[in-house]
Structures are given as C-alpha cells and as structure tokens.
Ligand binder design. Structure first.
Ligand code: FA5
Length: 391
C-alpha cells in the first residue's frame, strides 16, 4: 500500500488497534517523508526547475488542503478511536516537527542546483518527462507540458570583421597553394629580433616600441618570427602564410592599436625572384580589392629582406584621382615586402646558395578598414554591438 493509500484510510481500516501499531505506522510514514527528501537532495534539480521541484515535494507533504499530513490529520488523528488519541497525537506532533525540513525555504537551501546542459531550456515536454522519471514524487505538469509557450532564442553572433577579412585573405593564399602556419604571441628576443637580422641598436627593440615580458621575452611585435620557426620546422621549399596578433607599445589612435593583426607571407624555393613576389601580390590585391586595382612597388628597408619594398595600391575610393583617404596621392600603402635576406635563410637552417625566397607582412586591421571604409581602428576592439552587427 502506498503512503497516499494509507493516509486515506482510518486507523481501524488499517487494522491498527494499539499504541505499538500507531507508532509503527508513523515511523513508516516518517521514513517515507525523509527518504523522499534525502533522495531529492542526493539527485539535485536543474536550475530552471529547482524551485518548482522543491515546491512539488513541499506541497505533496505540507499543502494545507490535500497534503499527506493534512490527510493524515483528517483520517488518523481526528478520526482516531478515543483510546488511541493520546498516542496518535504524540506521534503526529513529532512528525510535524520533522516535516519542518520540507518547508520550501529549507528545501531550496538544501537541494543542490544542477547546471543546465547547453541548448536545452525548459519548459519542454520531453525534459519534463525525464525529470519526472528521476523523481520519487510527481511534479505538476501544467507549466512543464505547455507546448504553446515560445522557445528560448539565443541570438546568433556573426564573425568579427577582422576574422572575416583574415579568412578572406587566407582563402586567396590557400587557393595559391600556401598553407597556414601559426606561432606564439609570447616570443623570445631571439626569434623576434636576432634571428631576423635586426641589430641590437635597431629602434624597434626599444622599450618604447616593444612590450617586454623580461629581458629575453617579448610580446611579438610582428608575425615575422614565425618565418624562422617554420624554416627550422619544415626546411625548404616552403609556401606559408602566418596570421596572428601582434603587440606594440603604440598609443591608440585612429590607425594604431597596441594589439593588432598581421598576416605574413613566405615563399621559399629554388629560383624564386622578385618577379614572383610582384606577380603574387598583384594577383592578391586584385582578388581582395577588385580587378581594377593597380599595385605599386617602391624601395624600402627591413633588416630581414634585401631588397625590401613597400607595396601601395591605387586608391580604392577615388580610383587613383586623389581624395581625402589617399591624401590626394592616388595611392595607399598597404604592406612591406622583400626578398628574404640570406642571413635569415641561414638562421632558419636553409642554404641561401640553393634557395631564395620572398616575404611580406600586412596589417589585417588596416585591410579591414579599407575594405569596409572604417575610419577608426578602435571601433574593432570596443565590442560595441551597434558597430559589430553591421557585418
Ligand atoms: C612589419 O611588421 C614587417 N614584419 C613586415 C614585413 C614582413 C616586411 C616580411 C617585409 C617582409 P611594419 O612595421 O610596417 O612591418 O608593419 C606591417 C603592418 O602592420 C603595417 O603596414 C600596418 O598595417 C600594421 N601595423 C603596424 N603597427 C600597427 C599598429 N600599432 N596598429 C595597427 N596596425 C599596425
């Protein structure tokens, strides 16, 4: 006989005629009550159902109208034969005291809250069923089974414009047979400077330009150190691009950020010439900015390339006529490049008499600014949804 069935009958109906029987019966009910509470505490309840589950157990036992104790009061105590009344009254009081542990506040405090599994939010019929199966008492199904309630929507984000542009550039080079290589953002002075033929006296090594972690470790100032790491790892031939974050002691303004993104390109093979570099970068610029774009290569200097160049594209806003963005010049400088210096090849374990190579480095954030006509780099890093949701 279930507890419900027992509390619906009177003591004579249950065949209880003496004190001992009364005590045994109350002990049984108390064990059931404490067992249900202990069971719930051992299982816990998911956050979204927690209060409802606790309330269900509380109501089952303590509800004024139809709770088990109310029914017990009605059928056992009030209807008890005269001679059993004192014993039933005593047992009932003890049971009442013990039932304080089932008060809602107490249950909410003691029943562990289980985390929700991601993506599943009640109310939902299946979930209610599985929750119900795991409980020793019934939870009211009205709310849980209301399938007409709207579901919970999690708004989907979009790719950050920097990620978008980075992937677009990666795709172009992947199509040319390059692969993607990565390297650490916390880098040794050796890879960031020494191995790249950057002399001790070079201003970029200065505290004003470089963020040092200690004398031998920096936050990498460019993606070029991965050139050496890749040469050491794979040897030649090598055709890679290296996207990633870089850090410089630059004050934030509309075109500078202390953290920004670069993509490095590196091609090493036999008989690689400056013409390969020009052809590849011109093809890339046309793919990225549009077929009408022209490229211009001007001499420049980087310690790790010889000769070195600065690449400019014809202004994508005025078509080269001259405007505010290109400062009336018709050209916009977009990246540095050059033939890999023989010292750098040697530092990477590659024989410069056998192999030659070219490299370039571009700022992804600046490419994104050009692509989307954004005049302040800071907008990328302020997490302003009004800005980001436009992409
Ligand atoms: C370099 O960093 C070289 N390593 C590039 C290179 C690689 C040249 C291989 C030759 C061969 P530079 O310091 O010019 O070069 O930086 C490259 C690009 O990074 C710049 O054109 C710019 O777009 C971007 N950049 C540099 N500093 C910042 C900054 N503080 N905020 C945003 N973008 C920056």
């Amino acid at each position: 006989m279930t507890t419900e069935e027992k509390v619906s009958k009177t003591l004579p109906e249950l065949g209880v005629t003496e004190t001992q029987g009364v005590e045994a019966l109350f002990a049984e009910v108390r064990a059931a009550m404490e067992g249900e509470r202990a069971e719930l505490i051992s299982r816990g309840a998911p956050a979204s159902h927690h209060e409802r589950v606790c309330k269900a157990l509380r109501d089952r036992w303590l509800a004024r109208k139809n709770g088990l104790l109310a029914r017990l009061d009605e059928h056992w105590l009030k209807a008890a034969p005269r001679e059993l009344k004192p014993a039933v009254g005593k047992c009932f009081n003890e049971l009442r005291r013990a039932s304080a542990a089932l008060e809602l506040k107490e249950l909410i405090r003691t029943v562990p809250v289980l985390p929700e599994s991601p993506g599943t939010r009640p109310p939902d019929a299946a979930r209610h069923e599985s929750l119900q199966e795991s409980l020793p008492f019934e939870i009211p199904g009205d709310v849980a089974q209301d399938l007409t309630l709207p579901g919970y929507r999690r708004p989907l984000g979009t790719l950050h414009p920097i990620t978008r542009v980075q992937r677009e550039i990666e795709d172009i080079f992947l199509g040319l047979g390059f692969w993607i290589e990565n390297g650490p953002e916390i880098e040794s002075v050796y890879y960031n400077f020494d191995a790249l033929n950057i002399p001790e006296s070079h201003p970029s090594r200065d505290d004003w330009d470089t963020l040092y972690i200690n004398a031998q470790t920096v936050l990498r100032t460019h993606t070029s150190p991965v050139q050496i790491r890749a040469m050491e790892k794979y040897g030649a031939p090598l055709h890679i691009i290296i996207p990633g974050k870089c850090y410089r002691h630059d004050n934030p303004d509309s075109t500078h950020s202390p953290m920004f993104h670069q993509i490095e390109g590196l091609a090493i093979d036999t008989d690689i010439t400056f013409a390969d570099l020009k052809g590849t970068l011109d093809f890339f610029a046309k793919k990225f900015f549009g077929e009408k774009v022209r490229t211009r290569f001007q001499p420049s200097f980087f310690p790790f390339t010889e000769p070195s160049g600065e690449v400019a594209i014809s202004c994508i806003f005025c078509g080269g006529e001259g405007c505010r963005v290109c400062k009336e010049s018709g050209w916009i400088e977009v990246m540095g490049c050059g033939m890999v210096h023989p010292v750098v090849l040697r530092n990477g374990g590659i024989d410069p008499d056998k192999y030659s190579g070219w490299a370039f480095g571009l700022g992804v954030d600046r490419f994104a600014m050009l692509k989307y006509d954004i005049n302040d780099i800071q907008l990328f890093f302020q997490s302003d949804v009004r800005f980001l949701e436009q992409f």
